[in-house]
Design a protein around this ligand. Structure first.
Ligand code: SF4
Length: 209
């Protein structure tokens, strides 16, 4: 980071996030890398609250790849239906469990490229798993983080990929995982769906360009 004004802005954003959000919790309930991977996959176009309502039932039936492949795709689909996109998600969960069994000794790989090769696992999902299961420094950017980073003038907002690059360049690597979660929780806590007054926002009021 070479722009002193941007550096001051980022430090101020971090202190607001530390003061308003503090140490953020991982929002998706899980017990290990595999249950986290399944929960993150289910969270696509679904709320974390809904995922947390569905996963206890799924994990009661299967919490390892070996147990999951014993379920049919249709059985998985029936359980995860409330999360939406259930045909695609059920097929992906079944297939990725087969791949983990056959190619990764039943373990979730601690490797971005290997994770991204699994069905139903995109770049963001893979990064969330690396960060939250393995403690690898990543900065997963979803549409909410992308929108806030753009509003706060931290990126041009041209694409999610560009936003990830800009955020990684502007914040210290040791803070990436915490910031990712803090920004998600900030959005949930402070950003209503519509009709908000940016002048009263703890960050937009001074950071918006
Ligand atoms: S102005 Fe409101 S909606 Fe926009 S980032 Fe700030 S809190 Fe969220």
């Amino acid at each position: 980071m070479h722009d002193p004004a941007m550096q001051r802005k980022c430090q101020r954003i971090q202190s607001v996030l530390d003061a308003t959000i503090g140490v953020p919790e991982v929002p998706l309930d899980h017990t290990d890398a595999y249950t986290l991977l399944i929960a993150v996959l289910l969270s696509a176009q679904c709320t974390d609250v809904r995922v947390n309502q569905v996963t206890p039932q799924l994990f009661a039936r299967a919490r390892t790849p070996a147990q999951m492949v014993l379920l049919s795709v249709e059985e998985i689909r029936a359980i995860i239906r409330p999360c939406g996109l259930s045909p695609q998600k059920a097929a992906a969960i079944h297939r990725l469990s087969e791949i983990l069994l056959a190619e990764h000794a039943s373990l979730v790989p601690n490797d971005l490229a290997a994770l991204e090769r699994l069905p139903g696992v995109g770049h963001k999902t893979a990064q969330v798993v690396l960060a939250q299961a393995f403690g690898v420094a990543t900065f997963p950017v979803d549409t909410h983080i992308h929108r806030l980073a753009t509003r706060w003038g931290l990126t041009s907002g041209s694409s999610v990929t560009q936003t990830e690059r800009d955020l990684k360049a502007q914040f210290p690597e040791r803070d990436w995982n915490k910031l990712h979660l803090q920004i998600i929780w900030f959005g949930r806590t402070y950003c209503p769906a519509r009709g908000h007054d940016p002048a009263r926002c703890p960050i937009c009021s001074w950071a918006a360009p």
